[in-house]
Design a protein around this ligand. Structure first.
Ligand SMILES: Nc1nc2c(ncn2[C@@H]2O[C@H](COP(=O)(O)OP(=O)(O)OP(=O)(O)O)[C@@H](O)[C@H]2O)c(=O)[nH]1
Ligand SMILES: [Mg+2]
Length: 195
């Protein structure tokens, strides 16, 4: 995918702040610190368009980005971060669910799972929830540079089994450029008719 432009549009803390649903959207979901914002930067070939952090819970709002004036990337707040107070956690969950359930221009959800640890109970729940609402999901295993080469396939197979996937999930490492096109190839058909 050739990226001609990528710009931040807005951060939303409640659904009324979402931008008008005029462009197709791809959302990135997963637990806190799993590498959502890093994957977005990597796909867009930008180092710092989206803020990343080694402190979990960095992305607390839904952040919208406009790509090539044709579609949106949506960075969702991470879940499963233990240090968040219960009322804040519930507020995030409501916000994420409202987005995923009601957003009419949402075309694909990229669910990112840590390749080392595999899916958490919350990852499995979200996958089942998205299947129930018939939202197309692409699973990406992140941080594969942290695995020994010989271990990668084994971990990917385990994720496939844990989430009952039809195919082996795609893998990503922010250190390896080569894997991005594969992810793009799987995302483009969901927005292609509209861009
Ligand atoms: N080695 C390695 N580190 C990565 C990779 N992807 C992300 N990281 C690191 O993991 C940490 C978290 O990455 P983020 O992209 O901020 O994670 P996030 O899912 O957006 O986190 P929240 O916004 O808190 O939900 C950062 O320190 C990143 O540099 C990867 O592929 N390889
Ligand atoms: Mg983030």
């Amino acid at each position: 995918m050739k990226i001609r432009s990528a710009e931040f549009i807005l951060s939303a803390s409640s659904p009324w702040q979402f931008p008008a649903p005029t462009l197709p959207e791809i959302a990135f979901a997963g637990r806190s610190n799993v590498g959502k914002s890093t994957l977005i930067n990597s796909l867009l070939n930008r180092k710092k368009l989206v803020k990343t952090s080694s402190t979990p819970g960095k992305t607390q709002l839904i952040n919208f980005f406009k790509i090539n004036d044709a579609f949106h990337f949506v960075d969702l707040p991470g879940y499963g971060f233990a240090k968040v107070p219960e009322n804040v956690r519930q507020q995030w969950q409501r916000l994420i669910e409202a987005y995923l359930q009601e957003r009419e221009c949402l075309r694909n959800v990229v669910l990112i799972v840590d390749s080392r640890h595999g899916p958490t109970a919350q990852d499995r729940q979200l996958k089942e929830w998205l299947d129930y609402y018939e939202r197309p999901v692409l699973i990406v295993a992140s941080k594969i540079d942290k695995l020994k080469r010989g271990q990668i396939q084994k971990h990917l197979k385990q994720i496939r089994q844990d989430l009952s996937l039809e195919k082996t999930p795609l893998a990503h490492s922010s250190l390896e450029k080569g894997r991005r096109e594969d992810i793009w190839k799987n995302l483009v058909p969901s927005i292609e008719a509209e861009i």
